[in-house]
Write a protein that binds this ligand. Structure first.
Ligand SMILES: C[S@@+](CC[C@H](N)C(=O)[O-])C[C@H]1O[C@@H](n2cnc3c(N)ncnc32)[C@H](O)[C@@H]1O
Length: 296
């Protein structure tokens, strides 16, 4: 299955961005060091803390001074278990649709945000299962917990913790889901080995995420706004799949994908026309939903 989503601005609506030299200079100054994992995690926590407290946002990067864009479109329409208050418009797929969650399963949602995918998963595990969301942004944990309390769910809980060091027992989970999160984790090898550690033998993961199809030019790779916006931290597709295999997973495969086409007016906030053209020619970005199994 292959679709194309064109991202023109906030919540997929075309926006006119007035570009002045000072706004471009500001965006260019707002750089990250892609090798500094701790700086990156601090940035991500701040941006998503802001997203949680501003209520329903639109787009992965949600600082009001920066360009915004959304990957998820209207894919949640008609999903059983959907909870509008828990959907901040921050996803890039619907992993639960392909996650084969069964009644009674223990499901772990990595980077659970306000809880949207955890609540959809809970619809499938039923009363006899359990859903655990982990997120390192305290404001997200608070919002998700409030949502669970309002819904009266006592088998959905949200834990504050880092995916690079999950607060979850070894071999205790049947299914891992995640939606537009792993691109934000600087040490993906560590994250993938944690996923393997907590899955039971026979368990599996289904995660939606962003991958790069070719080269991401340095100015885009170093943009704080694009990092928080789920772009700059994205791995090259084959590297991502290979890292999952190296973590021990079997039958790693892409089960759904969309092309992500970020509008020029957003990219030109951070990079030159030539750099943007190089990025486009190299293949751009995709949203992928990936599965894999722990067999031993
Ligand atoms: C793009 S949002 C997606 C939220 C949610 N999955 C959804 O679809 O609405 C990314 C979330 O991942 C969390 N996150 C990013 N890196 C993390 C890490 N290393 N450990 C735990 N949570 C992380 C952020 O705090 C944020 O809530």
């Amino acid at each position: 299955m292959h679709e194309e989503i064109k991202i023109a601005g906030c919540c997929n609506q075309a926006t006119t961005v007035e570009r002045t030299s000072s706004s471009v200079d500001e965006a260019r100054e707002n750089r990250i060091d892609p090798t500094d994992g701790e700086q990156i995690k601090q940035l991500v926590k701040e941006r998503y803390g802001h997203a949680a407290t501003q209520g329903t946002g639109c787009g992965c990067g949600t600082d009001s001074n920066e360009p915004e864009f959304s990957f998820v479109g209207t894919e949640y329409e008609g999903q059983e278990g959907y909870v509008a208050e828990a959907d901040l418009g921050l996803g890039c797929g619907v992993p639960t649709e392909l996650a084969d969650i069964k009644p009674g399963d223990t499901v772990l949602d990595l980077g659970s945000g306000a809880g949207i995918d955890a609540f959809i998963a809970r619809n499938e595990t039923g009363e006899e299962g359990e859903v655990i969301g982990v997120d390192f942004t305290p404001e997200m944990i608070q919002k998700a917990t409030e949502n669970a309390t309002k819904l009266g769910f006592d088998n959905v809980r949200f834990l504050e913790g880092d995916i690079e060091n999950l607060p979850i027992d070894d071999e205790s989970v049947d299914v891992i889901i995640s939606n537009c999160v792993l691109n934000l984790v600087p040490r993906k090898k560590k994250a993938f080995s944690q996923m393997y550690r907590v899955l039971k033998t026979g368990g599996h993961f289904t995660v939606s995420d962003i991958v790069v199809e070719g080269d991401l030019p340095d100015p885009l790779r170093e943009s704080a706004a694009l990092y928080a916006g789920c772009v700059s931290g994205a791995s090259e597709r084959e590297d991502y799949l290979q890292l999952l295999r190296e973590a021990g997973f079997d039958e790693v495969s892409v089960v759904r994908e969309h092309t992500i086409n970020i509008a020029d007016e957003i990219l030109l906030e951070m990079a030159t026309e030539q750099e943007v053209a190089v990025f486009r020619e190299s293949g751009g970005l995709s949203s992928v939903t990936v599965t894999g199994f722990r067999r031993d």
